[in-house]
Design a protein around this ligand. Sequence first.
Ligand code: THU
Length: 161
Amino acid sequence: MEMNNYSFQYQVVETAEKLAIQDFQLMETARKVAESAYAPYSKFYVGAAALLQNGAIVTGTNQENASYPVGICAERSLLATAATLHPNIPIVTMAITYHNHNAESNKPVAPCGMCRQSLLEYEIRQQQSFRLLLSGVEGNVIVIEKASMLLPLSFTKHDLL
Ligand code: THU
């Protein structure tokens, strides 16, 4: 029997202010845009902001629906916007944050499983990885070097061949 192991390293930075200025500004942009999410059902307002290789900033928010499964997460709304407005321009870094209007929101949260699959596909599509910065309204920031690190043993286009 063979046993395999998967682990990855990530950085925990005390506050966004301690990040490099470009990363700090990206997180601040995500925090601002989170408030324009449409989240009347969950009250969980998510904001994402990405820096593209051409210097453009693209944002996304979660958009809920009375028919709950119809809603879309902030990360995937960002990816659709980036691919539409800036086709073939790679994402370099994506900041993701949230504000739970019903609870304290200082602990970073990580993308949901469906978004992890989309983030992975986007890395494959642009043939380069991108960093994730995860944080709440304030407090710790988790820095992950490659979005795909969040989805080991993944299903990709190579499995379809
Ligand atoms: N949500 C996101 O936008 N991104 C995530 O990675 C986690 C969840 C949204 C979906 C829903 O509108 C609300 O947060 C509560 O699940």
